[in-house]
Design a protein around this ligand. Structure first.
Ligand code: XMP
Length: 333
């Protein structure tokens, strides 16, 4: 008889056997469901011999880095190190407006920052007197990812470069003699959520929408700047808060506010102003290969529009993107 409790016990036993009495494990976390469940599972199995690293790329949602730190470290007891590299990311993105170049830079910088931190942790682990060094690398790979990499590369893999940590597992496991550990590789997404609940992870985190690795950078059309990141964050925060307040969060697969840096004309008070255009997007999907725009009540959209133009300085228009996928993609870039 298969139960999640039994599965959890078995996973923990397997991890302990694989890692041994002294082995140590390193893994990247993002605050998303998969990496959090994988990290909590490792913590249950081997405690502080699991090292989680969160790279703050400055492109996370409003207050998200602090929230993730609170959730993982304080609530879930995960041995987490946060690296603040936001300025490095922002500086490197200056002058870069091509979507694929933005993704490539962010992916590459992520690997550099992560590897530097891995070295520091390794030194720290060695100095702490705990025997052994870091010999495993954790990845939150799910069953659908396993299937996709075994079969052909579908359109999602070829149209855009799609990986949070593109190249990281290969670099960590080839160059540094680490063994890959993938405790979620037999699970579908809803099973990962169920496992998360069994592990005591709070419902809000378990049900969190996916968030792309390059974060807000692909939700700002063209060049990224601190000003545009701030605007995207504020507008997004209003949109997501209203979605939660209306009880719609779990009916939507993914939602965000993006910045179109073209300037539109508006009137504010008795003045003519030029402001950015906010594009709201919310979709429902089961596989993220096809998607439909979510049908909000009109008064909901009006409320969000009113709040954004009133509360977010520098914005004078709000639009709702009703494009399905295909032909549109879920992200704007
Ligand atoms: P698209 O925009 O291709 O997105 O319809 C499908 C799903 O993939 C996510 N996405 C990304 N995730 N790095 C990621 O980790 C990326 O560069 C990236 N681009 C898109 C998107 O959020 C959606 O869930």
């Amino acid at each position: 008889d298969w139960t999640m409790d039994a599965f959890l016990e078995q996973e923990i036993a397997q991890i302990r056997e694989l890692v041994g009495e002294t082995g140590q494990v390193l893994g990247a976390v993002s605050g998303g469901v998969d990496s959090t469940v994988a990290a909590k599972l490792m913590t249950e199995a081997i405690g502080d011999r699991f090292w989680a690293v969160l790279v703050n790329n400055g492109l996370m949602r409003l207050n998200e880095c602090d929230q993730v730190q609170k959730d993982l470290k304080e609530h879930l007891g995960i041995n987490l190190t946060v690296v603040d590299a936001s300025q490095q990311f922002l500086d490197g993105l200056k002058g870069v407006s091509d979507p694929e170049k933005k993704r490539k830079f962010i992916g590459g910088k992520f690997i550099d920052v992560f590897e530097a931190e891995a070295k520091r942790i390794e030194d720290k682990a060695a100095a702490s007197g705990k025997a052994g060094n870091i010999n495993f690398f954790l990845q939150g790979t799910l069953y659908p990812d396993v299937i996709e990499s075994l079969s052909f590369k579908g359109p999602s893999a070829t149209i855009k470069t799609h990986h949070n940590v593109g190249g990281l597992p290969e670099r960590m496991t080839n160059g540094q003699g680490m063994q890959l550990i993938e405790p979620l590789r037999s699970l579908y997404k809803d099973e990962v959520r169920a496992l998360g609940r069994t592990l005591g992870i709070q419902e809000e985190l378990v049900m969190r929408h996916p968030f792309p690795g390059p974060g807000i950078a692909v939700r700002i059309l063209g060049e990224v700047s601190q000003e545009k990141v701030d605007i995207a964050r504020k507008a997004d925060h209003i949109f997501i808060s209203e979605i939660r307040k209306a009880g719609l969060y779990n009916n939507i697969s993914q939602a965000y506010a993006a910045v179109d840096p073209s300037r539109a004309v508006g009137v504010m008070g008795d003045r003519r102003v030029y402001g950015y255009i906010i594009v709201l997007r919310a979709v429902t999907t089961t596989d993220y290969m096809t998607a439909e725009a979510f049908e909000f009540p009109w008064d909901f959209l009006q409320r969000v529009m009113n709040r954004i133009v009133n509360e977010v300085h520098g914005v004078c228009r709000v639009t709702y993107d009703i494009t399905s996928k295909p032909p549109g993609t879920i992200e704007l870039e």
